[in-house]
Design a protein around this ligand. Structure first.
Ligand code: ATP
Ligand code: MG
Length: 483
């Protein structure tokens, strides 16, 4: 429900519901009175009672018009008598306690009773006189000669008058109670739709301002408030994302600094050692000098590639490298890839084969250079961790309905089961024994970043001592579709 609609409905309900309930209750009351207690609760009797009450209530202004002396004039008395006869009611006019004019026989004790009742009770203005019950109203008078007096108005309470009067009280009371209850229910309802979601939102705002960015804002309440919650939740997510990026950036920076200092220390120490060997004359033959320099060169190249890897990983991690996607025939791409690598692998007695299980020409959207980097990292690992004399690397191309799956499997040393979940983590290197192998543990982390940048996924399967398979899946581009 929207807020405007709710307010309109609520305001209408506050008036309409009590009125409706009162009408129904009054009808029930009339039905019970007339059928069970045999009281005449006709429209006329209610109208008559209302008329009497009205006449009595307004007599001071309407009838006397602020001039009680009128009551001493014969023709006015005649007029008043007729008017009260019409209503089947009476008037008694007093100066002090002396009767000046009366349309009913009444004794001083009864007069006293009437004045007492009038004084005592505002709500129940009925009095019991010798010949029955009456509704009474006494108006104080001040005559022009300065004397005080009273005009006592009396209307006999018949069975029907009493029932009608009760009905009026009942209806008024019922209206007040139902009005109160409706108000209460409407307040509870609006609290559910407006106040409680607002208070939840306030709590969420408090939590977020205290730095708890995981405090979810739940959409609740009326349309406008739900929209407000939605915007608030979006704001929280954006804020969380930016804080997370900032933290990641800081973390990355710290990690880079610590790993650079750690990983670069080893080759740089040995470069320093070899250079000192040359300076101190330990390398005393030209052959030795050349050997030392070659080692220095290899170590420097190692440092160089390590720094390249670190920078690339860091940039990929922060999404700073734009991808240059091109529609590419995956089979042709891998045929070329095998051609490019097989000669080099052959030197290490490793065969590289492509097994194409695709049935049609299949295209993918790739950044060719970056994907090359992924394949190189994977093949490098297969070569680096090869422990068989006849090494084998197989690239198998398969497809699912929407993706191409590229599996690169080797028959190398395999990865221990407990290390498998972490091999794509940066700087993670399985098996401490192999840490003698050169590397910084960034190869697969970079591959993962690049594949995820393609909207694809990468995973590993490996059995220790039998071999490792790295799987990549990339979305197919439907044939004929231009990108
Ligand atoms: P870098 O690639 O940065 O030079 P690295 O090769 O140690 O260093 P990754 O390529 O990220 O790092 O690989 C992480 C770890 O996974 C490796 O240290 C290795 O233990 C294990 N691993 C990866 N590929 C293979 C594989 N084909 N055979 C056996 N172990 C592997
Ligand atoms: Mg590697």
């Amino acid at each position: 429900m929207n807020l405007k609609k709710r307010l309109i409905i609520q305001n209408a309900a506050i008036v309409a519901i009590p009125v409706l309930i009162t009408i129904i209750a009054s009808f029930v009351y009339i039905f019970i009175c007339s059928h069970v207690f045999n009281a005449d609760l006709s429209y006329e009797s209610i109208q008559k009672l209302t008329k009497i009450q009205y006449e009595f209530f307004t007599a001071d202004g309407n009838l006397l018009d602020g001039n009680p002396d009128k009551l001493l004039q014969k023709d006015f008395q005649q007029y008043v008598t007729e008017r009260f006869n019409e209503l089947n009611s009476y008037i008694v006019v007093l100066r002090k306690y002396d009767i000046l004019f009366s349309t009913k026989m009444i004794n001083p004790i009864e007069i006293e009773k009437c004045l007492e009742t009038n004084k005592k009770n505002l709500l129940n203005n009925s009095v019991q006189l010798n010949d029955g019950s009456y509704i009474v109203k006494a108006l104080p008078l001040k005559y022009s000669n300065g004397s005080d007096g009273w005009a006592i108005l009396l209307a006999p309470i018949g069975k029907e008058t009493s029932a009608s009067e009760k009905l009026l009280y009942f209806s008024a009371g019922f209206f007040l109670i139902s009005f109160f209850i409706t108000n209460l229910l409407v307040s509870i309802n609006s609290s559910k739709g407006i106040l409680s979601p607002l208070s939840k939102l306030q709590t969420a705002a408090g939590e977020i301002s205290r730095g708890n960015l995981d405090y979810e804002v739940i959409e609740d309440g009326d349309y406008e408030i739900r929209e407000l919650c939605k915007s608030f939740e979006q704001m929280r997510l954006k804020l969380k994302e930016s804080v997370y990026t900032q933290m990641k950036y800081d973390d990355n920076r710290k990690m880079l600094v610590s790993s650079i200092s750690h990983d670069l220390k080893t080759p740089i120490t040995s470069i320093k050692g070899y250079v000192e060997g040359i300076i101190d004359g330990v390398a005393n033959t030209p052959e030795k000098v050349e050997k030392y320099l070659k080692t220095v060169h290899t170590k420097a190249a190692q440092v160089d590639s390590m720094i390249d890897d670190l920078l690339l990983y860091s940039k990929l991690d922060l999404n700073q490298i734009p991808f240059n996607f091109e529609k590419t025939d995956i089979v042709k791409y891998f045929e070329y890839c095998v051609l490019e690598n097989e000669a080099e692998l052959e030197k290490s007695n490793i065969t590289l084969k492509l097994q194409n299980e695709l049935t049609t020409d299949t295209y993918v959207l790739i950044d060719r250079e970056r994907l090359r980097r992924v394949i190189t990292n994977i093949i490098d690992n297969s070569k680096k961790y090869m422990n068989k004399s006849a090494g084998e690397i197989k690239i198998i191309l398969r497809e699912t309905q929407a993706t191409i799956v590229i599996e690169t499997s080797d028959n190398g040393s395999g990865i221990p089961k407990e290390d498998l979940p972490y091999v794509f983590d940066r700087f993670y290197r399985a098996d401490a024994a192999r840490s003698k192998m050169k590397g910084s543990g960034l190869g697969l982390a970079i591959a993962k970043q690049i594949i995820e940048g393609h909207g694809g996924s990468i995973w590993v399967r490996s059995i220790e001592n039998e071999g490792t398979s790295i799987m990549l899946s990339l979305k197919k581009v439907p044939e004929g579709e231009d990108c």
